[in-house]
Design a binder for this molecule. Structure first.
Ligand code: NAD
Length: 257
């Protein structure tokens, strides 16, 4: 997808988990299309570096914002800061995620709690903080990053896949509730994508990673930029008549009817 340098001109976006990986690529892409972006993350230092790089590249700009999506009060504070320093939020991208790959029977409740807190409750908190403001203004775009694991399951990721399935069901419900408020809610599902999350999950499992690549019809892993283009589309006026939809960006790995 070609970058359209003016498509998001005048828009303000909040991207969670934007310090690195897919979130970073999304924040960069939205700014490359003209948006002013809140780079929100628990990793404050890395978020500041990413925001600086974005502002230097233009044409959009960025500010770093501390956000721990597991706490509603942190989501409210981050939203308040972006609205004060950047402007009314037009676009929310729920991207922050975390996973630990292990067989379900060996997993412990502390791990489930963290996976659910980051991947599912995190999205609920950010929507709760932003939706009332979008509603007052009668417009908004919400794009949430799920996973192909949430559509078809994934060995070693039972609770994570459950959360990602929940992201899809929650988003479809919100899409129905908010359609008449002119707020679009859509979901992007990456397949295996080269980031720290995948590297950590696959450490010591190089053969499995090779097999994963071979199972992708396009025979390569995703790159963060592959995901960012799909998010930019859903965030733009090109998607004004699209809501409650789920798009896999996975080189053809998952084809759901
Ligand atoms: N990489 C993949 O193969 C893949 C596949 C499918 C879906 N995804 C999803 O894509 C999204 C981005 O993943 P990634 O691969 O870029 O991961 P990553 O680990 O590279 O980046 C995740 C970012 O989220 C931030 N984060 C973690 N916990 C947070 C919290 N409590 N509050 C705020 N920020 C927090 C981290 O600091 C980090 O900057 C996630 O939702 C992930 O589940 C990734």
């Amino acid at each position: 997808m070609a970058v359209n340098a003016r498509r998001l001109e005048g828009k303000v976006a909040l991207v969670t988990g934007a310090a690195q990986g897919i979130g970073r690529a999304i924040a960069m892409r939205l700014a490359a299309e003209g948006a002013r972006v809140g780079v929100a993350d628990i990793a404050a230092e890395t978020a500041a570096q990413t925001a600086n790089e974005i502002s230097q590249s233009g044409p959009g700009s960025a500010v770093a914002v501390y956000l721990d999506v597991t706490r509603l009060s942190s989501a409210v504070d981050a939203v308040t800061q972006v609205e004060r320093e950047v402007g009314p939020i037009n676009i929310l991208v729920n991207n922050a995620g975390w996973d630990k790959v292990e067989p379900f029977v060996e997993s412990e409740s502390e791990t489930w709690d963290k996976v659910i807190a980051v991947n599912y409750r995190g999205l609920i908190h950010c929507c709760k903080a932003v939706v009332p403001l979008m509603r007052q203004r009668g417009a908004g775009k919400i794009v949430s990053i799920s996973s192909d694991a949430g559509r078809v399951g994934s060995s070693g990721e039972a609770v994570y896949a459950g959360c990602k399935g929940a992201v899809i069901a929650f988003s479809k419900t919100l899409a129905r509730e908010l359609a008449r408020d002119n707020i679009n809610v859509n979901v992007v599902c990456p397949g295996p994508t080269e980031t720290a999350l995948l590297r950590n999950a696959m450490a010591g499992r190089e053969k499995l990673l090779e097999a994963m690549k071979r199972s992708v019809p396009m025979r390569r892993l995703g790159q963060p930029d592959d995901i960012a283009g799909a998010v930019a589309f859903f965030a733009s006026a090109d998607a004004d008549y699209v809501t409650g939809q789920v798009l896999s960006v996975s080189g053809g790995l998952t084809m759901v009817g």
